[in-house]
Design a protein around this ligand. Structure first.
Ligand code: PAF
Length: 296
């Protein structure tokens, strides 16, 4: 049966006790209102160890002043039950005042991979994420930490945070879990009203359009981006923050990609009042001649 841990020092003690016994710890950081995507992360963590800690903390410092911190969906009992069923041993659920006591005055800023896309549209967001993830790492002392690819830029930030601050943690990125129409699972999908929900598969459609032209030989970045915008605009209710392609490791945006490059296609858009993000990684194919040799 899963155990709920509220206190940071208690959590550290539990993790240390496991480590003394030689157990490995895997953490799955979440903001709750769990769905199949989160549960797949817990199951992934179980592949590494039985000592899985899921964290549930709606982190105020990663929400902008006009964002949805207060109305972010919450359901503790349901989350507890789902975590238990997915095989998490602990649910770490600290209070805001324990994570950020009076006088808390530290913020971690990672530049480079956070500068554009989400970084541009959600100023301060990534500082909040980096700071809370470092605190969650220090509270749970994991050997492994599992995150979803859906928050692609966040995964780059977490890898950088772990490397730059020497956390002895292996970062594991698990694939995005999608609804039948391709909509990436997200706690925020509950904001979509019925009519808009029917159209929300458009993000996945646009990602696939880009994938298709890349597989047919397109390497020009702006032409790839244009295909994304065109596909998204088939829905009148859409307001695009960005729809772009970039090198997957660095988010650099060259004029054209090269065969063998891993490219991330990134979308952030409002459907009605709800902001959705999604991404896919696509490999730029090598060109083959008639004998199937690579053309250089
Ligand atoms: O991806 C999330 O749910 C959050 O950004 C995280 C990593 C739990 C930090 O609050």
């Amino acid at each position: 049966m899963i155990k709920v841990v509220k206190n940071i020092i208690d959590m550290q003690k539990i993790s240390l006790e496991h480590k003394l016994k030689g157990d490995k710890i895997a953490v799955v950081p979440t903001m709750g209102f769990l769905h199949e995507g989160h549960l797949s992360l817990i199951r992934k963590a179980r592949e590494f160890t039985e000592s899985v800690v899921t964290t549930l903390f709606v982190n105020p410092s990663q929400f902008g002043p006009n964002e949805d911190y207060n109305r972010y969906p919450r359901n503790f009992e349901r989350d507890l039950d789902l975590c238990n069923q997915a095989g998490s041993k602990y649910l770490f659920n600290p209070e805001v005042l324990d994570m950020y006591p009076k006088g808390f005055n530290t913020s971690i800023k990672i530049s480079g991979v956070t500068d554009k896309f989400e970084g541009e549209f959600r100023p301060g967001h990534f500082d909040g994420v980096a700071t809370v993830v470092a605190k969650l790492f220090n509270s749970t002392l994991p050997d492994y930490a599992v995150f979803g690819q859906k928050d692609y830029q966040q995964t780059l930030l977490i890898k950088k945070l772990t490397k730059d601050l020497n956390f002895p943690i292996e970062i594991v990125i698990a694939p995005t879990i999608r609804e039948i129409d391709g909509l990436a699972m997200s706690s925020r999908n509950t904001y979509l009203d019925i009519e808009i929900r029917k159209k929300a598969g458009v993000l996945f459609y646009a990602l696939n359009e880009a994938r298709k032209i890349i597989s047919e030989g397109e390497t020009n970045r702006l032409r790839i981006n244009t295909s994304l915008h065109k596909a998204l605009r088939t829905i009148p209710e859409i307001k695009i923050d960005y729809a772009a392609s970039a090198l997957a490791d660095t988010l650099d945006e060259p004029e054209s990609f090269f065969p063998g490059d891993s490219v991330v296609i990134l979308i952030a858009a409002y459907l009605g009042k709800t902001r959705l993000i999604d991404n896919e990684i696509v490999k730029i194919p090598y060109k083959l001649n008639e004998e199937n040799f690579i053309i250089t």
